[in-house]
Each structure stands twice: as C-alpha cells, then as structure tokens.
Design a protein around this ligand. Structure first.
Ligand SMILES: *Cc1c(COP(=O)(O)O)cnc(C)c1O
Length: 336
C-alpha cells in the first residue's frame, strides 16, 4: 500500500469534481467572459468579506501579484523568516517587485504586533521604505500552526497606524478556520489582500484566488497578464475549485484528526525524538537517525514523506488519505 504524505498538493480530482469540470460553462477569461471563473472569484470574495477576486494558476502567482500590487521598487516587506513568499517562491519578491525583505523570528512562524513595530523603518534616505506585512495562515514551515483573528487584529491595527498594507498568504486558510473556529467573513476587515489556494487540502487540481478591493484587483489583472497568467477557458479549472469549496471544506476536520492521531502514535516510537503538536493537517517530527535515512525506510513501507531538515520529517494529511491508509501507516510506523 502507498500512503503519500509528501504534500496536500498530491490529490487527484474526485469523480464528482471531474463531472463538475465537464459541466462547466466557460469563455475567454482574458476578455472577462468565463462564467465559472467569474463565479469563483465573486464567491470567494463574498465568503471573505472582500470586494473582488482574481483567479491565478498558482499560490505563488497570487502572492507575487499581491506583493507587486502593495509595494513599489525600493520598498521593504516584513514577514516571518519561514514565510513561503520568502523561502519558496524562488526569490520572486526581489525579482518581480524589486523589494527587500525584513525577516522576523516568530513562534512556529506566528509573529506579533510587538515584533513588527520596531522593524518598521522611519522615513530616512538610508532605509528602504516599509510598505507591507505578510502573514501566513496556517504556517506551512511552522507545521500548520494557526493565527486566530484575535492575534491578527492588533497586527492589522499597527499596519493601519503606519500606513502599511497587510497581505495574508492563505494557502491553507480553510485549515486555519477549521482549527480556530473563526469565520471567513470576518477576515476582510483586517486584510488588504488574501491569497486562497484551492489545490492544497481542498483538492482542486489547479487554482488560487487573490482577493482585494476592486481597484487593487483591476491592477492585479494587469500584473497577472504581464506574469503570463492570463488564461483563456480556464473555467474548467474554476469549476473544480467551486466544487472543492462546496464539498471539501467540512471534511478538513478528518485530515486534522488523522494528523493528531499520527502525531500521538509517532510520539510513542523510539526512533522519533520529538513531535511538534499538530494543530491542523501537518505533522513535523524529529528523528534520531538522519531524516533522509528514515525517509528511505518509510518509503520501503510505502509511506512517502519529505525530510524538511537534517533530522526532521513532514507528514501532510489530505483528501486522498483513506481510513485504511491511516490504519496501515499506524501499524507500519511501529515496524520501522
Ligand atoms: C503551497 C503554498 C503556496 C503556493 O504554492 P503553489 O505551489 O505556487 O500553488 C503559498 N503559500 C504557502 C504557505 C503554501 O504552502
């Protein structure tokens, strides 16, 4: 049996999703004429209390478009040192926007207004102009750690006071909502921009939506075209995303329960030296032996996972992990 825990991006469309794609009504989205894309954009904007949305082919593109919209060259943005926008988007902040990055040491990637405040540059010709703060919820590299809206509110207040934009990399925002109990609709008041991914835990094959106000989205549409992300009859993909929103949000709780179960089983094993408490669908654990050796042993059992540091391995739970696979994984981990 193969249990693929490398990432929540490995899911394949379900029969219901494929049917929704087949049934999609599409048009040329560069002309603004794709009904499925228009529906997805306005559906998500409505859900998060934002004015408008822009369908993008990847979370990287929607984040990079956000950064382009909210900064000018020679500006600086503030983010945690684990931030996806900084670590895993190929240096795009500098390349696409000509912006430098000020990194903070948050707790599992979670930063606070107190940490941000002293890092905002004053007006001085020596300093890059601070114009943007980026938060990530959940934090990928933090092992799926979450912000609550209560933690976000003081950051948003600080940003307003200093005239900074606030962007959310919400690649796994629905996992955060499932964990915190916060409501999507309450997010809009705090953020200038939100990126939502449909191709992570929600199981769509492709898709991310950048949410913001109407003026920003109008400009973002230009930036997306320049980045090469102006797609034509991409409504077939948007239909999969709509299906995911309608059918795969509630079930994220199952992934979280599976992550918690694997975390508690791992904590009992002699070859595991530590487990980061699993809040959502990601389990990070430390191994006594080097992680690449352990990963090979796991692979031999059919359990696929990615080492994320010399002695650390990551399991990510998702839609395609069945109860049978979980039972098999629990049994097999004991045999490593
Ligand atoms: C996966 C991910 C993204 C977007 O990745 P793509 O592969 O470009 O869709 C952005 N932010 C975080 C935190 C992610 O985990």
């Amino acid at each position: 049996m193969i249990v693929d825990l490398r990432s929540d991006t490995v899911t394949k469309p379900t029969p219901g999703m494929l049917q929704a794609m087949m049934d999609a009504e599409v048009g040329d989205d560069v002309f603004g004429e794709d009904p499925a894309i228009n529906e997805l954009e306005s559906k998500l904007a409505g859900m998060f209390g934002m004015e408008a949305g822009l369908f993008c082919p990847s979370g990287t593109m929607s984040n990079q478009i956000a950064i382009k919209c909210f900064t000018n060259p020679l500006d600086e943005l503030i983010a945690d040192q684990t931030a996806h926008v900084y670590r895993y988007e190929g240096g795009g902040i500098a390349f696409n926007s000509g912006v430098s990055t000020r990194l903070l040491n948050g707790e599992r990637g979670i930063i606070t207004a107190e940490m941000i405040a002293p890092e905002i540059n004053s007006e001085n010709v020596h300093f890059p102009h601070t114009s943007l703060v980026v938060l990530e919820n959940t934090v990928n590299k933090g092992g799926g750690s979450c912000y609550t809206l209560e933690q976000i509110a003081p950051i948003a207040k600080l940003c307003k006071e200093h005239n900074l934009k606030l962007h959310l990399d919400g690649a796994r925002i629905f996992n955060a909502l499932a964990y915190t109990g916060d409501k999507a609709i309450d997010y809009g008041q705090y953020f200038d921009g939100i990126s939502v991914c449909l191709s992570k835990g929600l199981g769509a094959p492709v898709g991310s939506v950048f949410l913001a106000d109407t003026t920003t989205i109008k400009y973002a549409r230009r930036v997306r075209k320049v980045f090469g992300g102006g797609m034509r009859q991409a409504g077939f993909l948007a239909a999969a995303c709509i299906y995911a929103l309608d059918n795969h949000v509630e079930r994220l709780k199952i992934d979280h329960a599976n992550a918690a179960l694997l975390a508690s089983e791992l904590a009992k094993l002699p070859w595991v030296s530590g487990v980061v408490p699993a809040e959502t669908n990601i389990v990070l654990f430390d191994t006594v032996e080097p992680a690449d050796i352990v990963a090979k042993k796991l692979e031999e059992k059919g359990i696929r996972a990615i080492p994320t540091a010399r002695n650390r391995i990551r399991f990510v739970l998702h839609l395609d992990v069945t109860p049978e696979q979980i039972a098999y994984a629990v049994k097999s981990l004991k045999e490593i």
